[in-house]
Design a protein around this ligand. Structure first.
Ligand code: ADP
Ligand code: MG
Length: 615
């Protein structure tokens, strides 16, 4: 047989390799910004058009390149940063693989102008799909400017795979933050479609965080500092009361590289134990300095996972350092929000069916807008119920999270049922309902006993309701007497702008979406005034996470997020009226059997099943 193995031509090899380095515009931003940092720049400009699909340009004032270096920089494995394998264990620079520029040039139109301090004129290179199109002499300031246009022009499949400009911009912004945060001494400017969205002057770490995430950060940060033989830890944590549902403000940097580490994240969360609610995350900006030879940097170019030699020790140091900071800055003792013993054992509380403070019967619960909400329009969402037994529940919910107690309640509840169903109620729903362990609503149907999972069922009801409202634009809004001012950082604002129309459809009203503050003038009927901030916060977090996979529509995404965040939870006490509504509304749904998250909402235990128990 004839020989059949061929070496791939360079441009093909480059294109294949490019797929690894460049997944989306944000990857280009990362590589170019890191090169600018490695070049010792003190000022870096990032210019983006159309989410990076049309243009990504990085202009720096670093050392620049000679004519030869300029050409070489686009060759694969061309790097000035290491010369032997041994250097890999002592890396101070961000790049070292010499792949980025070659990869980018293989799949885009690249235009580079660069000049070193000791050359009077610079080099201007144009490369398209790995081919040098032109090379000229140019008058240009010291430093390097690289523009990358028409990314993936020669790989249509990749180009089609890109998300909306807004989503791509968000990924770019994430990369920008990560680089900007570790180099507070470097000045950064970020322009998107012609307008400057970040202007970060040279400063110190703390101020840089404030500039990036907004002035609200100023009062939230608590410094962290520790030096041991294994690691130097510095940076900031956010005070526990500002813990968020979103995971946006958690940053680890190891030797000035952004890293992801679920294990170390856990160490931080463990230090906050008992100070924050179990479904929120503390904000942190932590810089770890370790001996370069003790971390494995020889990782995939786009991955952010690192391998530390001694992770267990790192974990312990981190946890105790943060605990120490929390104590030292008097953050821990000052905190005194409604002490809930369940916070000490966050994992067990679901089983125990304890009540989450503040979410008892009345305060926030008004799921059935069609009837009770309209009835109470204008009032402060408080159910105007006068039934004495409800008050009894309210008291129990607030003060006794003891689960033994709750089973007592349920027994007496079912005993009283007969007397509760009188007059119209009895006619409307002969069977009656009761709540089991603050988790299930039980009723009878012809074939046996109906057991509804209250949280999932309500999610289903709300999901269909919101989905309808978003598309039909018929959400009922309740005007706030005093508009509420909320602060958001730029990225959050961008998301809010993205989903504003849908939010308006379901009843939110915004007066202004400006620099950092948002005036909320109206909210959907069922959102309690006290919870607006939290609801929006959670909504954005869910939206960001969910949208990343991009497989479902914005409307569905939002309806899911809203239902998840507004549905009654396990542990919430439901009054009789709400229980009935839950049953009726669930079966009025198009798909009553599953929650929007594909979990079973109810089951029927047949008479036969019950009979068997008595055999
Ligand atoms: P790496 O950063 O891994 O070395 P790159 O492909 O990103 O590989 O860059 C190749 C080389 O081009 C770098 O090693 C550096 O010498 C040079 N270079 C790239 N960008 C710049 C820049 N902005 N300023 C000066 N030199 C640069
Ligand atoms: Mg590089």
């Amino acid at each position: 047989m004839a020989d059949i193995i061929k070496l791939l031509p360079d441009h093909v090899a480059n294109q294949i390799a490019a797929g690894e380095v460049v997944q989306r515009p944000a990857s280009v931003v990362k590589e170019l910004m890191e090169n600018a940092i490695d070049a010792g720049s003190t000022s870096i400009k990032l210019i983006i058009k159309d989410g990076g699909k049309t243009l990504i340009q990085v202009v720096d004032n670093g050392v620049g390149m000679s004519e030869t270096d300029a050409r070489l920089s686009f060759e694969r494995h061309a790097t000035s940063k290491i010369s032997s394998a041994q250097d890999l264990f002592n890396l101070e620079t961000k790049g070292f693989r010499g792949e980025a520029l070659a990869s980018i040039a293989a799949i885009a139109h690249v235009d580079m102008q660069t000049r070193t301090a000791d050359n009077e004129v610079g080099t201007h290179l144009k490369i398209e799909g790995s081919k040098i199109v032109s090379q000229d002499v140019v008058a240009t300031p010291k430093g390097t400017s690289i523009s990358v246009k028409n990314l993936f022009f020669n790989i249509p499949a990749r180009r089609n795979f890109l998300k909306s400009n807004q989503v791509e911009l968000r990924h770019i912004t994430d990369e920008f933050h990560r680089v900007a945060m570790v180099h507070p001494d470097v000045e950064f400017h970020f322009y998107n479609n012609g307008s400057e969205i970040f202007n970060l002057p040279s400063t110190k770490h703390r101020q840089r965080i404030v500039h990036v995430f907004g002035s609200k950060m100023e009062h939230r940060l608590v410094p962290v500092k520790e030096e041991t033989e294994v690691v130097k830890v510095s940076g900031f944590i956010c005070k526990p009361e500002f813990a968020k549902k979103s995971r946006g403000e958690q940053f680890f940097f190891a030797n000035n590289r952004f890293i992801k580490s679920p294990y170390l994240h856990h160490a931080v969360v463990a230090a906050f134990e008992g100070l924050i609610k179990s479904d929120t995350y503390p904000g942190y900006f932590l810089f770890l300095d370790v001996d370069p030879s003790s971390i494995d940097i020889n990782i995939h170019p786009t991955k952010t996972e690192v391998k530390f030699d001694d992770e267990n020790t790192l974990y312990a140091i981190l946890r105790s350092t943060i605990k120490h900071s929390l104590g030292q800055f008097n953050v821990a003792p000052v905190l005194d929000f409604d002490h809930d013993p369940n916070l000490d054992t966050p994992y067990s509380y679901k089983e125990k069916g304890a009540v989450i403070p503040k979410v008892t019967v009345d305060a926030t619960f008004n799921p059935f807008q069609e009837t009770s909400a309209k009835k109470n329009a204008g009032s402060s969402f408080r159910k105007q119920s006068t039934k004495g037994w409800e008050d009894l529940y309210e008291g129990l919910g607030n003060q006794h999270d003891n689960h033994e107690f709750s089973s007592v309640v349920i027994e007496s509840e079912s005993e009283e049922q007969g007397t509760l169903y009188t007059g119209e109620d009895a006619e409307e729903h002969m069977a009656g309902t009761f709540q089991l362990r603050r988790k299930y609503v039980v009723s009878t149907v012809k074939s046996g006993m109906l057991v509804i999972h209250q949280n999932r069922a309500h999610e289903r009801i709300l999901f269909e309701k919101f989905l309808g409202e978003i598309t039909v634009k018929e959400g009922v809004s309740q005007q706030l007497l005093f508009p509420l001012e909320l602060t958001f950082n730029k990225q959050e604002l961008a998301i809010l702008n993205e989903i504003k129309d849908s939010l308006t459809n379901i009843g939110f009203a915004f007066q202004s979406l400006e620099e950092e503050t948002v005036k909320v003038t109206g909210v959907p009927m069922m959102v309690p005034e006290s919870g607006i901030g939290t609801v929006l916060d959670r909504l954005m977090a869910d939206y960001m996470e969910g949208y990343a996979d991009g497989s479902i529509s914005q409307a569905e995404m939002l309806a899911k997020a809203l239902s998840r965040n507004l549905a009654v939870r396990t542990g919430d006490v439901l009054d009789q009226e709400s229980q009935l509504m839950l049953v009726n509304n669930l079966f009025a749904c198009k798909e009553p059997t599953l929650s929007p998250f594909q979990k079973i909402t109810y089951t029927i235990i047949s008479e036969g099943d019950i009979d068997k128990k008595f055999n």
